[in-house]
Design a protein around this ligand. Structure first.
Ligand code: 5GP
Ligand code: MG
Ligand code: MG
Length: 177
């Protein structure tokens, strides 16, 4: 697996240090609230696990499945909600966690949908944000790292279902794609 990686972009220790800071910000921004944290599967599962264990607050975690990539390295542009039912967020403060902000279509679709479902406030957190214009200028409230516009894997992010278990974020070799 590691032999397919061209270079490490964000290493494990750097990620963990950054998560300490992000967790502190989240703690301060939601004093006393029982937050609903909506984790976008599957890409955000490692990020969410490591981040939420650093947030010593009562919270409810829900996972939802959305798809915008269909196996390749380009976003299809269509965001589909794959669950029969979404979590009940009526009048709740919600924090959405995703792995990466690329075109921004996924976060925009999810945030719009959660407001439609009656959330009182929706904030967003991503481990990575690509340095490019995003749909409707959407920006995440909490961003781990700003990265160049290239396809990355690891720390939850996949290429065709693989590489999610790499402990760092890296760039795949061209011959592995
Ligand atoms: P967006 O809707 O912002 O274009 O894309 C968001 C989703 O596309 C992310 O949740 C992630 O699943 C996927 N994605 C975007 N960029 C990358 C990337 O560089 N690597 C991987 N593995 N997935 C990506
Ligand atoms: Mg995703
Ligand atoms: Mg994917």
């Amino acid at each position: 697996m590691e032999e397919d990686i061209e270079r490490v972009l964000v290493d494990e220790q750097v990620i963990h240090k950054r998560l300490d800071v992000m967790a502190l910000e989240i703690r301060k921004d939601f004093p006393g609230e029982v937050l609903v944290v909506v984790v976008l599967m599957k890409g955000a599962f490692v990020f969410a696990a490591d981040l939420l264990r650093r947030v010593p607050r009562m919270l409810e975690m829900e996972c939802i499945n959305v798809a915008s990539y269909h196996g390749g390295t380009e976003s299809s542009g269509v965001v589909s909600f794959l669950d029969h039912k979404l979590p009940d967020v009526k009048s709740r403060k919600v924090l959405v966690l995703d792995d990466i902000l690329d075109t921004g279509r996924t976060l925009k679709a999810v945030v719009d949908r959660l407001y439609q479902e009656g959330a009182s406030e929706v904030k967003t957190g991503v481990l990575l944000s690509k340095d490019k214009p995003h749909t409707d200028n959407i920006a995440a409230d909490y961003v781990g790292f700003l990265i160049a516009d290239e396809f990355v894997v690891g720390y939850g992010l996949d290429y065709q279902g693989r590489y999610r278990n790499l402990p760092y974020v890296g760039v795949l070799k061209a011959e592995a794609q």
